[in-house]
Each structure stands twice: as C-alpha cells, then as structure tokens.
Ligand binder design. Structure first.
Ligand code: FPP
Length: 255
C-alpha cells in the first residue's frame, strides 16, 4: 500500500534539527520488513536482501542512540520465520550469529545494552552462546537498551506469560500480573511502532505491549531504511497527541 510521509522528503540534517527539543518516544519498536522485495527488485537472492538488512539495523541503532532513545526493539526473527526455506533460515541464523559477535565492540563503545526476547531456547546452541556473551558483556550499560526479538511471537509470549502466572499460583490474574511475566517485564511499553515496506499489519509483534503505541508505516523497504527515515518517524510521533483512551482534558474516548 502506498503511504505518504512528507517528512521523509526532508534531509537528515533538517530532521535532526527539528527533533531538537521535540517530545521523543522512550521506546521504539520496529517491524523490519521488505528485505526479500528489495533483493528481488535487484535480481539478487533473498539472502542478499537480509545482508543489506543488517546494514540498516546498524544505521537504525546508531540513529536512535544519537538522539538518546532509551529502548529500541527490533523484530529480527519471528516464530513464523522458521517456516521459510531451509537455506534462508540458515542464512538468517548465520547473519544473526555474525552480528552478535561482530557488533560487540560497537555496543560496548556506545554503551548499549543488548537483550533478547522470544522463545530463545529454540535458537541453535551456538547462537544462544554468542547471544549470552553479548548480553553479559553489555549488561551494565544504560545509555540505550537494544532488544532483538528472536523466535518471537506475540501470542506465544502471552501463552508463556499465562503459564508462568499459573505456575506462580495466581488464581485471579489482573493486567499487572500478566505484564509481570512477559519476556521483558522491566521494559516500558513501546510508544512508537514503525513498520517498513508499506504493509498495514502488526504481524504478531508485541501484541500486549503495543496496546497504545503510535504506529508509523513507511513504504521504504528495510534495507533502504536510514537515519533519515528513523528521524522522520520520530518527528511524526512528536507531533501526535496521545490520549490513552481519554478525550483531551477529559475522559471517555477510544484512542
Ligand atoms: C523481513 O523481510 C525481515 C526479516 C525476515 C527479519 C529481519 C532480518 C534482518 C534485518 C537481518 C538479520 C537481523 C539481524 C539483527 C542481524 P522479508 O524477507 O519478509 O521481506 P519481504 O516481505 O519483502 O519478503
């Protein structure tokens, strides 16, 4: 679907300048979509699209760190992604492992804490080992928390939370009890959800947590997503009015 985002016509510098003093989100979550289409448009294999997608991940992380976004959560591998052709799954897993090793110095230098959410036990043992290493190495940093959703599904997260609620012997759970057993209960809910490649879906991502998130959809395919697009999304967010179910100055609306 073609979406119009006039702010994306501005330059990165102009957007950065306009972000000075703007009300920024604490937590940005991103559905990174369009690697395959980016590659197909160029006659490349889908795997090359994912490789180019890693470049965009680096750029998004740097852009958010520059403007002091506190939490960035990226949908790197969904529970449904296991159903892709074996070669593509293997390539994605390898990219992830290389990323977890290759980004360590950068994360330390930028004082970014790495975390992961999802059914991590489904990831291969060697990837989990590299993940654990990077998570441990960066655990003391608090400039920004970068969370990768891996083998992640929003419904699975809720099922896992409910199982823990039952195991804890809570017979009448309330919202607070469910929240307490999510994968990252200490993270604030995302304020802004970005989706690339023009699709208007939430694709089983952070279903509980995005209840009141503002949504920004861009036509840009993930490998082409740059700092400029991140800043356009942040600026767009800063201009919205968030009511959390209330009418401005009162009660009773829907949003
Ligand atoms: C969607 O593109 C993207 C993914 C399957 C996940 C995102 C993965 C990356 C950005 C690369 C690895 C990530 C890290 C953190 C190292 P798609 O293949 O669904 O695109 P399409 O809809 O155009 O086919």
């Amino acid at each position: 679907m073609e979406i119009s985002n006039p702010l994306e016509e501005l330059s990165e510098e102009e957007l950065r300048a306009r972000l000075e003093g703007a009300r920024l989100p604490t937590h940005v979550a991103v559905i990174m979509d369009g690697n395959g289409r980016w590659a197909e448009k160029r006659g490349f294999s889908r795997i090359r699209g994912h490789e180019a997608g890693v470049r965009a991940v680096r750029e998004a992380v740097t852009a958010c760190r520059e403007v002091e976004i506190k939490y960035l959560t990226l949908y790197a591998f969904s529970s449904e992604n296991w159903k892709r052709p074996k070669a593509e799954v293997q390539a994605l897993i390898k990219l992830l492992k290389d990323y977890l090793v290759g980004e360590r110095d950068e994360l330390v230098e930028k004082q970014i804490r790495l975390r992961a959410i999802g059914r991590l036990e489904q990831m291969p043992a060697d990837v989990r080992a590299e993940l654990d290493k990077t998570v441990a190495l960066t655990a003391q940093y608090d400039k920004m928390t970068l969370t990768h959703a891996l083998s992640y599904g929003g419904r699975a997260e809720l099922v896992d939370a409910l199982r823990k609620v039952i195991a804890a012997g809570i017979r009448e759970p309330d919202e607070e009890a469910v929240s307490r057993y999510l994968y990252a209960p200490d993270h604030p809910d995302p304020d802004l959800l970005i989706r690339t490649s023009g699709e208007l879906r939430v694709s089983n991502f952070l279903l509980w947590e995005i209840s009141y998130a503002e949504i920004y959809v861009t036509n840009v395919l993930w490998p082409d997503f740059s700092a400029k697009h991140m800043y356009a999304a942040l600026l767009d967010y800063s201009m919205r009015e968030r009511r959390f179910g209330k009418v401005s100055g009162g009660d009773g609306g829907w949003t």
